[in-house]
Design a protein around this ligand. Sequence first.
Ligand code: NAP
Length: 498
Amino acid sequence: MTGTAGSPRRRADGVPEPRHLRVIVIGAGMSGIASVIKLREAGIHDLVVYEKADRVGGTWRENTYPGLSCDVPSHLYSYSFALNPDWTHRFAFGPEIQRYFERVADEHRVTEVVRFGEEVDRLEWRDGRWHARTRRGTTDEADVVIAATGVLHHPRLPDIEGLDTFTGAQFHSARWDHSVPLDGARVGIVGTGSTAVQIVSAIVDRVEHLSLFQRTAQWVMPAENPAYSAEERERFRRDPAALAENHARLSELFALFANAVVDAESPEAAMIEEACRANLEQSVLDPALREKLRPDYRAACKRLIISPDFYQAIQRPNAELVTEKILRVEPQGVRTADGRLHPLDVLVLATGFHTDWFMRPMEIIGRDGRTLSELWDPRPIAYLSISMPGFPNLFMLNGPNGPVGNFSLIEVAELQLAYILQLLERLRDGTVTEICATAEATERFEAERVAASAKTIWVTGCRSWYLDDRGIPATWPWPFARFREVMAAPDLDDYELR
Ligand code: NAP
């Protein structure tokens, strides 16, 4: 018999047994893998992960573009419970990160509970449980759902006339077509975000001609990417304490960055700006090109680009920075507003993602028939980015309005998981069967978040994917220390417990 609210099953010694919970995790990326490991550690073993693809890895599985790397240091972009002494570079490349996630998933027997090729398309709260359905028609039920569906995974194609008339190869950066030869080709790249910049550096020496179509210039923070020597890796392997110390040190360092961006007037924000400005002045020799590359907004207003070699790459003789507006795409290439045709064999759309979709287009129906589409009209909202009123026992990792920026989303997910596990304890100890944030707490959090965002660097005059349709950053606007503090223990007064 499963213990119900108010009547937990008791062991012979009188100690109540935890209520059995079945949990569905959606997504086997970075946060889905961590969910399984942490849920099991907490004693929850009735678990299934639904994953739409055929491998774990999330964003690192989907992005395979040349030059793919993580601009968060590898020793920080690691699970705190699975630190990796063997990272080959300060900033690891995509395939190595993908292998890391696959290894951790295998070593912790995560893969055995993943149902691959199963995309959840409907969730409904009915009779005190979540009822899930996948595109293939599989149905399942659970007491709790953890949405670990990621942020940057719905490619956004640009609204450019004539895209479908192009006769060369064309694809979004997250759907790289490796059958298309780059060597000796004329390649155009639309966009100047973190993705485009990494691609430019990686392919410029292979292609015949590279055209980078820039709508908005970007600030670029220089950062060398040295390899770790065999001795350094051996030292980390021999000394797990040093490895953990290194992780903690990097975490504190990145917290400083997070503090800088939430206070546009901070000395740290000025330092970031100065480093980017010096990089531009010192690295770009041609004054005309330098001015084309000079942003007219503050550094870190858009997501900061971190690159050891973008400025060098764009100054190669076969590279061209095109700042004329794109008029349309034609069968032979891209026509810009000055009337010029840029002939191309390959067109790469590094134009970002629909960053406000999260679990959508999944249909989610909460208590009393309330849908997620209704709650998220006109835009996503959640209490502390984790829980939503009317959607009991549904928790999000890296959900809306959480900390994003140039720091480790792994650390964010781990903190959120530790918080969610504390909520699950209330379900397991039998005192309640349903938990979700109250509408009041959600509205209060949202109002405080919006008010605090006025101080941030993100509102100092640029367009970016951080901003919602009102121009308000859909992010955590406080220092990272506050996030850690809030995640340490849920304030149950902000929850509706039934
Ligand atoms: P992004 O930052 O959203 O950049 C999209 C780019 O496409 C922008 O330069 C944008 O110009 C341009 N664009 C969009 N529509 C356009 C149009 N119609 N015409 C011309 N240009 C257009 O996308 P992303 O580079 O893929 O990066 C997304 C996020 O992924 C990053 O911010 C980061 O959080 C993450 N990421 C992380 C890493 C890492 O190393 N950790 C690497 C890659 C990506 P405007 O600037 O004018 O809008």
